[in-house]
Structures are given as structure tokens and as C-alpha cells.
Design a protein around this ligand. Sequence first.
Ligand code: TTP
Length: 588
Amino acid sequence: MPVARPDSSGARIIAHVDLDCFYVQVEQRKQPKLRGLPTAVVQYNEWKGGGLIAVGYEARDYGVKRSMRGDEAKEVCPQIELVQVPVARGKADLSSYRNAGSEVVSILARKGRCERASIDEVYLDLTDAAEAMLAETPPESLDEVDEEALKSHILGLESKDGNDSKATVKEWLCRCDADHRDKLLACGVLIVTELRMQVLKETEFTCSAGIAHNKMLAKLASGMNKPAQQTTVPFSSVKGLLDSLPIKKMKQLGGKLGTSLQNELGVTTVGDLLKFSEDKLQESYGFNTGTWLWNIARGISGEEVQARLLPKSHGSGKSFPGPRALKTVASVQHWLNQLCEELSERLCSDLEQNKRIAHTLTLHASAFKSSDSDSRKKFPSKSCPLRYGTAKIQEDTFNLFQAGLREFLGSFGVKTQGSQYSGWRITALSVSASKIVPVLSGTCSIMKYFNGPDKFGSTSEQLPDNFIDAAPLSPSGSESYSTLNSTELQNELPGEQVWIEHSMADLGQLEMKANTWNGLDPSCSISKQTSGQWFHSGTESSSSLDQNKPQNRDDSRMRSVPIKSNQQEHKKSALKDKVHSCPSFYLQ
Ligand code: TTP
């Protein structure tokens, strides 16, 4: 539900930067011979040449669209180059795109507070940089303005007769009689131009940008002129922009709320909302949403740019449409293991590079029963505390799946074990890790992470506001953003939490000392840091049990232990298991 936030006092300069046909650019950088050719990226899949997920601008000129299959694209553009998304573990491997996005973020973050909003989108708060420029080198003092800045689009600015548009833009940028807001915006235009040029120089990627006084307007503007262009929204042009903007184009109004506004209030454009009083909107949609609607009709939005360079969660998912739906527990377990391997790898690299740890593991699935009267019943999402180590994640995820399946089936009473057809089908699976926080320096008890006062919610280990700025940028930064189409899921979805017994009853007593540590998890290989705070885990443990295999001795013991009845008996072995699953970074 949208929430109205008061517009911050004073003019802010916010930019929204969006990479152009992002996956295509990444593939073209890998294969420079594709540059300038009509190109699209397809999801691996033999059916009709796979689904297009990114279409280059040259291909768009031929009428190729993202909704097409590869075969269809070839019909409208026979010379199109179709590049397959990299595949790992039988599913799309997006790591090269994530890494490429991180490269861009690290450049953009140099000029102001930076929020990574998706795999290829960033918000920047450039207010301080713009204020500084205005104080030191105001645009009106410049003899020359960068050619690229002169290509900017300034909404509401008409080219005067006899003047080319660059001259008009220059005049607007360098006006000395402009009000403070527009002067700051002009500085924002110059700063964003510079950043975009720097991105091009360092990464070879082009991007488009919107520059405005708030996030909402900046986002609207960034998509107006693509590729490789930027659009600015002066305060005086806000009304004109919103008056004609179809209501469904506005962020958060593309769904049910937008439909209701159309059907109930006869609203077709954002500007139409101006006809309604705040009271009326509140009466129809509740206090918060009513105020939010009243504000957006006027271009008011106080939403802050969050300092966030790293993802809030990691996820790995896959869908199994139509005949590929999974029908047996064994096949589900196979795919869960693949997804968990990927998730575990990403968690380890986040830990290694950013010193962050995730607390919650969540499983989501889509399913249906083949002979079901209650076909709308959803497969419940399930969560539990996250234990590090691939085998542990696989084990816990499988347990979550079984808990979900039992609930999903209810009294349906179908067979859930074995490899036989069981009367249910799974059409999508995804596993995610959330509640990611920095590893506290000086932490020497693993209980902080495994059995703290609140395993999920009200932990005191909240992400500090300035954490992102202080943390090194993840070159493998992975996203919880919904960047994928329906074939590959990558979501952060809150799910119901389920507690899995982990035989952790008395681990709280454990004080682990670095010098006694030798049961390290091979699934996280942490490089030794010069500070001496980190330990190499991979080689030291290579001769111990392979914890990547769910069948290993520790894991099967964990699975077979009835925690409550045999707690004392198994305390020691469970403790050992936990120690084995604990990455070395908890120690110092
Ligand atoms: P977008 O930013 O939506 O699109 P784009 O960058 O390809 O093109 P544009 O220049 O119009 O912004 O998506 C970013 C990347 O996310 C895109 O290159 C591929 C991926 N993606 C999917 O995998 N599936 C999807 O359904 C969408 C919309 C994007």
C-alpha cells in the first residue's frame, strides 16, 4: 500500500539512472562483434527459440519485442543475433549481469547517496553535489557547456524559432535569473551528464537518466528518452507532465488501485486526480493512500533515496511451466538442491566480499493439485533461521518444502513420498535468504547468529543507515529485485516462518576461540585477511566430511535425530555439527 511521506524541506536533486537494454549491452561487451547489430538475449529454452528477455535498440527498430519468442523475432528480423542467457545448474546464471550492474553502481555512487533499485537501475540523491557546484562553479559562470549536456531534454522547454535545441538548452542551463530550484536542477543535469559519460568510459555501457526534485518524477523522466539520453523535469513542468500521464503508468498504480481509480472514480490520467479533494480520496481509499494519491497528483513525493549499494536479499528460483511441472518429491529435491547450491555460493561471496550475513531462509513454491476442488489454494511460503553451509541450506529448504506441501495438501491425502506420481504438481520453486546484516566485528560467539534472542525479528543487529557507504561494493552483488520474467524467479517474498529444530539447545554456552577452530565449512572459502580476523576455510577442511553432500554423515545424523526426545543424547553431536556448519568468519 502506498504511503504518503511529506516532501522534504528544500529542493532536492534526485536522479534515476537506468541502463539501456541491459543484458544486451552486457552480451555485446562480451562479444564486441555484436555491437551495432540487431541483438536480443533469450532465456535458454528450446521451445520456439526461447523467450526474449532483453532486446537491443537496433532490433527494436525492426519491430522485435520482449514478448516475442526467438522464432518470432527471426521472422520480423531475420538477421537478428540471439544470445542465450548463460546457464548454470540447469538454470539461468545471472551473475555476469549482476556484476556488470555493480560496476555501474560503484561509479554512480561517487557523487551522492546511491540506492540500487534493481539489477540495472539506481537512484541518486545529488542535492549536496548540486549545492556545492552552485556555490563553486554555477552553470551561469561557464563559458562552455559540455556537448553531451546540451543534448539533454528539459521538459516544457520549447525550441525558440531560429535557435537549435542545444542553444535553447544552454540558455536554460545558464540562466542567471532562474530560481534556486531550477539552478540546482541545472547543476544536476551537468553532474548526471558527467556520471553517464564516466559510466560509458569505464564500463562501455550507455544509460539513460531522469533528473527531478523527487524519486517519482526522476523515474518517470528516465524512461522518456532512451537510449543514452537524459530528461529533466523543472518544477514548472510537473503539472503538464502529470496532466496527460495515463494513471496506470504511475508507479504503484499499474495494478488494482489504478484499476479501481479508473472504474470507481473515472480517472484516466494522473492529472484527473486533481478533481478530487484529499477528504474524498481518503474516504475512498483510506487515510494514507488517499493522501498519497492527493500528493502524487501534484508531483509531491517525500520518498528518500536509501543508501543501499548491496541487495537486501538473495534468491534463486526456477519455474516449471506446463509439461515441465514437477510431480515427485525426488524431482523437487533435485531442483531445490540446485537452487540452494547457487544461493549458498552467493551467501558465501557476500560474506567474503561484504562481510554480511543472512538470517532467514525462505522457500516459495507455486503448485496445484491435479484433481482439486480448491484450486485457488496457494502453496504456503515457509521460512526458518538460515544455517550456513550448502548441505544445511539444502536440508532446511527441503524440510520447508515438506512442511509447505503437507499444509498445501491438507486433507487431500495424497502420497507425498517417493518418485511416483502424487497428484500434485510444482510449477515454480524459489529459495531466498533475507535479513542480511553486517557481521559484527569482534563477534566470537556464533550464537549471535544462530540462537540469538530473536532469530528473526527484533534483533538488535539492525542495518545501520550508513552501512552501505562503509561496506565495499560487491562485485557479485545479487539482487532481490524482480528483474526476471516468469521463467526464472528471483524474489524477496515474505513468507510464513516455520521453526526447524536444529539441535541448537545449548550452543549458547559455546564460546569459540579462533585458535581451537578446525572444523571449517568447505562450502565457504574465505580468504585470509591481512587483519588476521579471517581464516581460510577451504583447504583446511578439504579432508573432512564433504558438507556439500546432503548424504554426509553429519547431515544424515541431523535429519534422523528426533530433537525433543533425544536432546541430551545428541547434544554433543549436534553441537559438533553446528560447529562444522559455521563459517570461520564468526571467529576471531
Ligand atoms: P529493463 O530495464 O526493464 O529493460 P532493458 O534494460 O532490457 O531495456 P530498456 O532500455 O528499455 O530499459 O530490464 C533490465 C534487464 O532485466 C533486461 O535487460 C533483462 C532483464 N529482464 C528480464 O530478465 N525479464 C524481464 O521480464 C524484464 C522486464 C527484464
